[in-house]
Write a new protein. Structure first.
Lengths: 125, 578
């Protein structure tokens, strides 16, 4: 289990006055889980201006923890804060969809509408 | 199930895992394939989850195999509450570490997918649950929910493949439930992954009557019954009824049992009919079928045999009252625990369910004699073909348990009983036909034995007489005026009696005459003998007289001769002297 918590002045509009509490579930120190962690960190550093906390839970070490958040897929990122709780599964290789999932998309677009390929054009400007 | 196979090491033969579900292990010859996943699919409300739960519960209780229930839909508390009504105490099993209830909730609305992932989370939870109790059995209750929650079907399918392979590797016997889809067994094609054993549950409504059925669609490497078998969900759980005997191999008894009517026994060769066989009494309304059945039961109860009476039209109390009028006290046997009534109309539950209940009752009560009165009412709950099939399964079942059965069958007044019941004929061993005879403004009942397998039975028609003391049979009067029954037979009997008396009188008269003649003859003989004796006496005397007379004459003659001789010498001497 690894924890990361950094505080920096908020610059991103969408997360300006929020603390982000993220929990990432992985299974073992596989290349994929390491890549996932790296992807997530990069993303958070870019878009959350360090006002976030990532808790990485290795289910091979603590299988029982999978129960609380009803984890089925690996990797799963659970956004505990800000509410509502959101789950994002996958290795975050698709940055645009990850941002939609985290509701970091500007303009407060509905998260439900943000599915599949359409997310990309809206964001990357 | 060939014997040589089962002796081989488990790796090459298919080992079975008894489900513990009543009847199911029979149709699959041992249960589910051990260490492999089995798919149970069916529409909503067909009992898929219950099948799985019972599989786990029986495994935990009866076979010492702990289980894991992974529910993707219902909460464990709901599952426990729902199955409590069927007698399963899941909480208790959980407390005793025999069972793990685990709910896996996946909501699509709360999930966004970003790239590659796998289902290790599910695997880890499953593994943890399995390891916590050392589970040998797993139920995945509608794993298809995952298809609704996760968009990437490609990943999901690959992961399901991996999941089932993983469960197989661990040697876990798994039941996977799946919702039935249009044109396919399951909506998501789960049958592709779980291909060893596929079981379909079904609930069909025919003529407003719902019946649950189970069918083993596929069972790799094993024989199995391929039919649809009806099943019940009752207070003890699942009950599958393999009511078609797979083979006609029931034993045949040589023991006889009375039908309760002595003269009918006589018609059947003297000792009644074979135990464990099926006897049908058919006839139109009011011909005495039920009375005959009651007499049959009464006789069995007198021999202290347990009897089960399935009545489809009359209530037990009504039956008892009616039978009291012919001198049969059935209630007495009920009180002694020898007789049990089961009265219900087949249409109430539907044919399958009704028959299932009947079998369950028979299994519980273990009777030696069963009466079904009347089987024709089965047709009210289904088609004629259905009724016949049901009856066949029922009879097969009873026969295999050496239970003697008497069926009654109602036939219409107009039609020929033989034709109407031709389908049933091949099922039954003995057939007694009751007929109404109308003669001289009077209705009487005729009885004859239409068939009795294995017995040299009488071909005579008898009149069935219902008396205050039960049933009796009378010879039918056949004379110059034709067949006489009922009061005509009585009248003829009276006439016969008169004639017989007359002839008896005549006979006596002749005998007397003969006697008198003999006496007269003797008297005359005595008289003649007397006369003869007197005559003989007289004649005798005459003879003696004559003999005496002759003697005298002879003597006289002698005397005379002598006198002459005396004279002669004197003459001579005179001469000499001269």
């Amino acid at each position: 289990m690894r924890c990361a918590r950094r505080q920096r002045p908020a610059t991103c509009a969408a997360a300006a006055d929020r603390d982000w509490d993220l929990r990432l579930y992985v299974a073992g120190q596989t290349p994929r889980s390491l890549a996932t962690i790296a992807n997530l960190k990069k993303l958070c550093d870019e878009h959350l201006n360090q006002r976030y906390r990532i808790q990485v839970i290795d289910l091979l070490v603590n299988p029982k923890l999978s129960r609380d958040d009803q984890i089925v897929a690996i990797p799963t990122l659970v956004r505990k804060l800000p509410v509502p709780i959101r789950k994002i599964i996958g290795d975050f290789s698709d940055t645009a969809r990850t941002l939609v999932g985290l509701q970091l998309r500007p303009g407060g677009a509905s998260q439900r509408g943000a599915t599949r390929g359409s997310a990309k054009e809206g964001w990357e400007s | 199930m060939s014997k040589p196979r089962s002796r081989r090491p488990p790796s090459s033969s298919l080992e079975k895992c008894p489900s513990g579900i009543r009847g199911f292990d029979q149709i699959t010859a041992g249960g589910l394939p051990r260490g492999r996943p089995s798919l149970v699919c069916g529409g909503p409300g067909t009992g898929k989850t219950l099948f799985g739960i019972e599989f786990l519960v029986r495994g935990a209780i009866n076979y010492g195999e702990p289980g894991v229930l992974i529910s993707f839909e219902e909460r464990p508390s709901d599952l426990a509450a729902n199955s409590a009504s069927l007698g399963f105490k899941l909480d208790r099993l959980v407390a005793r570490k025999k069972l793990v209830l685990e709910q896996i909730l996946v909501e699509r609305a709360a999930i966004v997918e970003t790239g590659e992932y796998n289902l290790d989370g599910l695997f880890i939870r499953l593994a943890a649950a399995i390891d916590s109790v050392g589970a040998k059995r797993v139920l995945l209750d509608t794993i298809e929910v995952l298809f609704g929650a996760l968009a990437n079907a490609g990943i999901l399918r690959a992961e399901l493949h991996r999941l089932f392979a993983w469960l197989k590797d661990r040697g876990i016997t798994t039941v996977v439930t799946g919702e039935r889809g249009d044109g396919s067994l399951t909506r998501q094609g789960l049958e592709e992954y779980v291909s060893d054993c596929v079981i379909v549950l079904d609930q069909r409504v025919v003529d407003q009557i719902a019946t649950r059925r189970i069918r083993v669609v596929k069972y790799r490497g094993s024989l199995h019954g391929t039919n649809e078998y009806p099943f019940l969900i009752d207070s003890l759980g699942f009950l599958v009824l393999p009511i078609t005997a797979i083979a006609l191999d029931y034993p045949a008894a040589n023991e006889f049992m009375s039908t309760g009517v002595a003269k009918l026994d006589a018609m059947l060769g003297g000792k009644g009919y074979f135990r464990g066989s099926t006897l049908m009494v058919s006839g139109a309304a009011g011909t005495g079928k039920t009375s005959m059945a009651a007499q049959f039961l009464d006789a069995a109860c007198r021999r202290s045999e347990r009897c089960l009476y399935f009545s489809f039209e009359e209530s037990p109390l009504q039956l008892s009252r009616n039978m009291r009028s012919i001198g049969l006290d059935l209630q007495k046997w009920v009180k002694r625990g020898l007789l049990q009534f089961c009265a219900a109309r087949p249409a109430t539950f539907g044919l399958e369910v009704h028959i299932s209940m009947m079998m369950k009752m028979a299994d519980d009560f273990r009777p030696r004699v069963v009466v079904l009165d009347p089987v024709s009412s089965f047709e009210s709950a289904g088609t004629k073909l259905d009724a016949l099939a049901m009856l066949m399964r029922l009879i097969d079942r009873f026969k295999s348990q050496q239970i003697s059965v008497m069926l009654t069958s109602l036939t219409g007044t107009g039609e020929l009983a033989e034709q109407r019941s031709e389908g049933i004929s091949s099922l039954i061993d003995g057939w007694i036909l009751l007929r109404n005879l109308e003669h001289r403004g009077e209705r009487t009942r005729a009885l004859y034995v239409l068939k009795a397998r294995g017995i040299k039975h009488s071909n005579q028609v008898r009149e069935l007489v219902i008396t205050d003391h039960g049933l009796d049979l009378e010879q039918i009067h056949v004379g110059p005026e034709g067949i006489l029954v009922g009061s005509a037979r009585h009248a003829q009997q009276l006439l016969d009696n008169v004639a017989a008396k007359t002839s008896r009188d005549d006979l006596k008269h002749h005998r007397d005459l003969l006697m008198r003649k003999r006496t007269a003859l003797k008297a005359r003989i005595a008289e003649l003998e007397g006369d003869f004796a007197a005559e003989a006496h007289d004649i005798g005397q005459a003879i003696e007289h004559e003999i005496a007379h002759q003697d005298v004459l002879r003597a006289n003659r002698t005397t005379l001769v002598a006198q002459r001789e005396d004279l002669k010498p004197a003459q001579t001497s005179t001469q000499r002297g001269a």
